[in-house]
Design a protein around this ligand. Structure first.
Ligand SMILES: C[S@@+](CC[C@H](N)C(=O)[O-])C[C@H]1O[C@@H](n2cnc3c(N)ncnc32)[C@H](O)[C@@H]1O
Ligand code: SF4
Length: 410
């Protein structure tokens, strides 16, 4: 524990935490192959006992739900479930169905409960889409990544562009809501080529797209190859031009950038991801999953941050032994809460509400940000106040959040 919970002033009456609904993340840590750019907690394992892993997820869900509702907190409302990975489309649909049913029984599900599953667009997985829909999934997020063979080869993907488009069409006919991911700013990708690829993607008519600039993550195969000069990525102005082109093309199809890398038709935003960015409570079940849970302390509200064992085998063993595989849980300090809420919130086009930052951290807004620096960043055009009193990072600012946040936050 980094501190006891009673340092924060009471921001809301005890028990009021139940007023905000929860988001539930469920991690499936296995993939058919490891992509060379990916540093997610994903593992290639022969002969995964999927039914056993599914049972352990149910056990951990049960355990965490009981804790979230202990101490007189009452039943919590549930706004979203997100099956992420790894590759959750490798899960048996029966395991997905059982987890959804259990979550619905444990929490008070909102009428519009959003249930997303990440899927890889191989033909095998496309064949399971109807079963996932029948299990209760109402939003599919497909990892398309690129629409040409050479780029898919470079990214080490085990599906073709044709398979991806077929999976998208099948998904569109099966799920009420559909999103897909593309990775751009790839080596040698010109702005014209990206605009053309993106237009093709947009014409496939999803209501939501996640468009990520390729990053080289430490410890990945790409990190080794990049270090020895095997390829270079667009940087600086080149990357900024690609980013601006992305927003322009998406806007032509009515998709607006509501977060740094996420574009949606109004109303089609991912409610689950918005919960992270708005610094709402979320439970995270499965290997390596994180969670943030507001609890009432003797002197006010605190946020417990927990993470779980990352290795699937250890996670499984711990859950079967103890009912959960949390490695660490700490009460975040008010400063940590303020920083996290700012880090997440400034990624959003809607920006942050200083009153909410104060409420979630238990601190004055001025104790979270350096006012002089805030004014300087506004002068530079990286931040601006919106008419409704929210603080927003401009498009230039959102591109440079990694540089801005360390100087802005106290
Ligand atoms: C957990 S992964 C994916 C889901 C699924 N397993 C798949 O690959 O389709 C989430 C997304 O992050 C993106 N991503 C992962 N690593 C990245 C990197 N180094 N640079 C840019 N995007 C990345 C990819 O678009 C990927 O679809
Ligand atoms: S990008 Fe997706 S499929 Fe590839 S290794 Fe990462 S999680 Fe697995």
């Amino acid at each position: 524990m980094t501190e006891t919970l009673n340092l924060a002033p009471p921001a809301r009456p005890a028990g009021a935490r139940a007023a905000e609904p929860l988001a539930l993340y469920i991690h499936w840590p296995f993939c058919a192959a490891k992509c060379p750019y990916c540093d997610f907690n994903s593992h290639v394992r022969p002969g995964v006992d999927a039914a056993r892993h599914g049972r352990a997820l149910l056990a951990e869900l049960e355990h965490e739900a009981a804790r979230a509702m202990a101490g007189g907190a009452g039943r919590r409302r549930l706004a979203s479930i997100f099956f992420g990975g790894g590759t959750p489309s490798l899960m048996p649909p029966e395991a997905v169905a059982a987890l959804i049913a259990r979550a619905r029984a444990l929490f008070d599900a909102e009428p519009e409960l959003e249930i997303t599953l990440e899927a890889n667009p191989t033909s095998v997985e496309a064949g399971k889409l109807r079963a996932f829909r029948a299990a209760g999934v109402n939003r599919l997020s497909l990892g398309v990544q690129a629409l040409d063979a050479a780029s898919l080869g470079f990214l080490g993907r085990n599906h073709s562009a044709g398979e991806a488009v077929a999976a998208l069409e099948h998904a569109r006919a099966t799920f009420p809501r559909l999103s897909f991911d593309l990775i751009y700013a790839r080596p040698g990708q010109s702005e014209a080529a990206w605009r053309e690829e993106l237009r093709r993607a947009l014409s496939l008519a999803a209501d939501h797209l996640s468009l990520y600039q390729l990053t080289v993550e430490p410890g990945t195969r790409f990190a080794t190859e990049h270090a020895r000069g095997a390829f270079r990525l667009p940087e600086g102005e080149e990357a900024a031009a690609l980013y601006a082109a992305t927003a322009e093309e998406a806007a032509r199809f009515g998709l607006l950038p509501y977060e740094v890398s996420n574009y949606a038709k109004p109303g089609a935003e991912s409610r689950h991801n918005l919960a992270y960015w708005r610094y709402a409570d979320y439970l995270g079940i499965g290997a390596g999953a994180h969670q943030r849970l507001t609890v009432d302390g003797p002197g006010g509200e605190g946020v417990l941050a927990a993470r779980r064992h990352r290795a699937p085998e250890i996670w499984l063993e711990r859950v079967e032994r103890d009912g959960h595989a949390r490695v660490e849980e700490e009460a975040l300090t008010p400063v940590e809460r303020g920083r996290e809420a700012m880090l997440m919130g400034l990624r959003l086009s809607e920006g942050i509400d200083p009153a909410r930052i104060a409420r979630r951290s238990g601190l004055d807004f001025d104790a979270v940000v350096d006012r002089a620096m805030l004014d300087a960043l506004m002068e530079e055009g990286y931040l601006r106040w919106l008419p409704d009193g929210r603080l927003q990072a401009t498009m230039e600012g959102r591109l440079r959040l990694d540089a801005i946040l360390p100087v802005l936050l106290r």
